[in-house]
Design a protein around this ligand. Sequence first.
Ligand code: ADP
Ligand code: MG
Length: 636
Amino acid sequence: MAPKQMTSEKHEFKAEIKQLLDILVHSLYTSREIFLRELISNASDALDKLRFESTKGTDILDKELPLEIKINFDEKKKLLTISDTGIGMTKEELINNIGTIAKSGSAEFLKQLKDNKSDVNNIIGKFGVGFYSVFMVAEEVVIKTKSFKKDSPEVEWKSDGLGNYEIEEINNDLKRGTIIEIHLKEDAKDFAEKYRLESTIKRHSNFISFPIYLENEKINTISALWREPKNKITKEEYTEFYKFLSYDSEEPMDTIHVTVDAPIQFSALLFVPKKNFDLFGFNREDYGLDLYVRRVLIQHKNKDLLPEYLSFVKGVVDSEDLPLNISRETLQENVIFTKIANSITNQVLSYLLKKAKDEPEKYAEFWKEHGRVFKLGYSDFTNMEKYSQLLRFNSSTSSNADQLTGLEDYVSRLIDGQKEIYYAFGNSRDAIALDPHLEIFKRKGIEVIYLYDPIDEFVVTSIRKFKDFDFKSVDSTELNKLEQLKDVSEKENKFQSLDNDDEKQFDSLLAKIKAILGDRVTEVKESKRLSDSPACVVSAEEGMSASMQKILRLTNKDISVQKKVFEINKDHKLIRNLLKIFKSNSNDEYIGNVAEELYESALLLEGSLNDPYKLVKRMNQMLEQSSEWYTEVKKL
Ligand code: ADP
Ligand code: MG
């Protein structure tokens, strides 16, 4: 046979890959062994993909080849080879898969990697760049690969990881799959020693579900831990499996092992990590459970087995009752799959409820780490009851910002006659505590839930009620229900009540203020809720709460400031003085200035003042004026 014409092509790595390689080559010595985990995991992925193709009935090259991973080494030559009988790659795939960083956010990833060199271990595998870690130990890497697709030639790829790679079609005798030859650097030559290899594989790759042979000796022992009976599994095994699965270096916070036989058979081994995994906030897509059917991996990171708000859960699910040849695209329409997913969601929520009840301190730790993600579940109407019970908030009863309460507890502390759950929204606990709207609640001894995360507002407006109690924002108008309740702390009566004549004058003053503010307010009325503040604005009963309007404005929904009711505290020094001024000259311009100032300050407090310039200008004028009076009084 005439030798085939073979030409070698030179390609340059993309700029971002060069950067990545540069970082990896200089990265910490201690994390270097993870290159082996990454290459074995790629081999295992390639085998999973092959098995998946074969269950679908795709025509496969050398169908009879066993699915396995082989590792060989030659100490003298400082050579390590890792081979698999997986799907292999065509030339195009080789260029596309090994020449580019596939996932988005890679620039950010590179930056983070640069800043946190020691974390290479934890993050490298998550960004679709695991292969390159081999250059931490290699001075040259050769990939030989042959695709499972019939008639695709074997291809060879070669690089020293500096800037270029060479690629060429070769005539060789690889049956199917991929061989990776690693020419080790002098200071990494221990990776061509049996002991080093064996311990590294055991540490990171023990649960790979295909046999791994090190020089013909099978070394990974455990697979499909989730199928073992619970009482046979040690805590160490669970932890080891969790670390294998998640790349976490710590043990999990919780382990949830579920086996269900009827009506549908499935096992799920789930973990709640100790730390929120959304490393830099841009890795949102990196979640999901691995789905197996009869121990065959069907899909990595399936995102439909759990709702997004439980995406912090890691783990695997395996069922006997799903068809092996199910396609990933139709999974969601499969009734059995949906039932399994619902059952798993339910199991996780029940687990958390039990934890919240039995170990509230531990639940608080869970909430601190994963609560923000959990709150996203406000639209899961099916599980609304459990969801609401699991929520935690800060409230006026908490002694500090870290102390949280659940709705169940809130409801147990309702005062006599209280029919609603009250909440206030603000920038921080301190800010909310100063909100004038809360004055009446303090007087009545009613607990108010403090919300400071923007999402909280969506949570309370979409769950609407807990048990029989509606959520109500403290800045809504309808507070007559509260007025009837007994005061716990007497409102200090520094002022005599007004006589009949003054009452009438006060009403006229309110009318005057309404005339000054005009269309900007729907009504000006006497306040029953204020103790220490002179005035506040409140939302119409059915209107949107102030904070919701603010959120909508922030998200650029066109919404002008909703008209408010403006409330005036009759028992406030400023207002009493204003009444005096009004009585002597109802057209005194001071009244106009005060009315404007109070109104705009109230808007400012609730975050809906659009234009602070007038307020500041007016305030400066008034300060100037009062400084005159002050110097006169003090005879300065
Ligand atoms: P990831 O595994 O997260 O996709 P890697 O950098 O580890 O990222 O690998 C990049 C790609 O190279 C893989 O997605 C796969 O398509 C291909 N690949 C790597 N190793 C193998 C292999 N042994 N067999 C087949 N394809 C492979
Ligand atoms: Mg990989």
